[in-house]
Design a protein around this ligand. Structure first.
Ligand SMILES: Cc1cc2nc3c(=O)[nH]c(=O)nc-3n(C[C@H](O)[C@H](O)[C@H](O)COP(=O)(O)O)c2cc1C
Length: 216
């Protein structure tokens, strides 16, 4: 079954303007590691998740779950478990090479943002479906969830919210704390909110177009 494509053909000048506006807005997105406890409207989160859920996915299987954690007690439990893993990482598991790569970000095992930010969105990948207790194979799960998370980050930034992409590896504790089934696997943890006043970010260089794009 098909339906007519709703495609809005823009005039050339509008296309260029829209493209430049989006590029400039996205250029101001930065990973924020110091959050304000100020609340943010849940409608902004809902809209951003709607946007993420509109992403393309392998066979349209939409193999994602976005668990929006606002409850202080759950956020505290996530922080405690994440800090336990991160402490192991920083003090024992991370090789020197990785610790060296992390130096510019001045990160350590303390993850207070997991409690301070008004929301922590935990993105799960759904590795397989379950239908009548049979497993349904999912295709291109990592690609699909990665694209959807990109949509999510762009939408949150577009609506004036700050984000941090966090990977407190291993993340298995999130299934337990958030009561998710075995076919759902934590993918990324994303604190969302407003930056703390005076928040600073590392000076980073982004590769130039000529370094990342080839035209053949
Ligand atoms: C998959 C992924 C995992 C990341 N994990 C962490 C993390 O665990 N802790 C952290 O502070 N930042 C993490 N980051 C944020 C990166 O350090 C950050 O995106 C990068 O330094 C570029 O900075 P920018 O986002 O401000 O452009 C992660 C980013 C990605 C894409």
């Amino acid at each position: 079954m098909t339906e007519p494509l709703a495609f809005h053909r823009m005039i050339d000048a509008d296309q260029r303007k829209a493209s430049a506006e989006f590029r400039e807005r996205m250029r101001t997105r930065r990973t924020v590691r110091h959050f304000s406890p100020e609340p943010a409207p849940i409608e902004l989160i809902e809209d951003a998740v709607r946007c993420a859920a509109s992403a393309p996915s392998g066979a349209n299987q939409q193999p994602w779950r976005f668990v929006v954690v606002a409850d202080p007690d759950l956020k505290r439990r996530i922080r405690e478990a994440a800090e336990a893993e991160e402490r192991e990482n920083y003090e024992r598991r991370f090789p020197d090479e990785w610790l060296h790569a992390l130096e510019p970000f001045e990160t350590d095992w303390h993850k207070e943002h997991l409690e301070i930010a008004p929301y922590v969105i935990v993105v799960f990948r759904i590795d397989y479906g379950v239908e009548d207790s049979r497993r349904l194979k999912h295709y291109y799960v990592a690609e699909s969830v990665g694209i959807a998370t990109g949509f999510l980050l762009a939408a949150l930034h577009w609506s004036g919210l700050a984000t941090l992409v966090h990977t407190p590896s291993p993340m298995g504790f999130l299934n337990h704390v958030l009561e998710r089934p075995a076919n759902e696997r934590p993918f990324l943890v994303i604190p969302v909110g407003y930056p703390a006043s005076g928040a600073r970010v590392p000076v980073l260089h982004k590769k130039e177009l000529r370094e990342v794009m080839l035209v053949r």
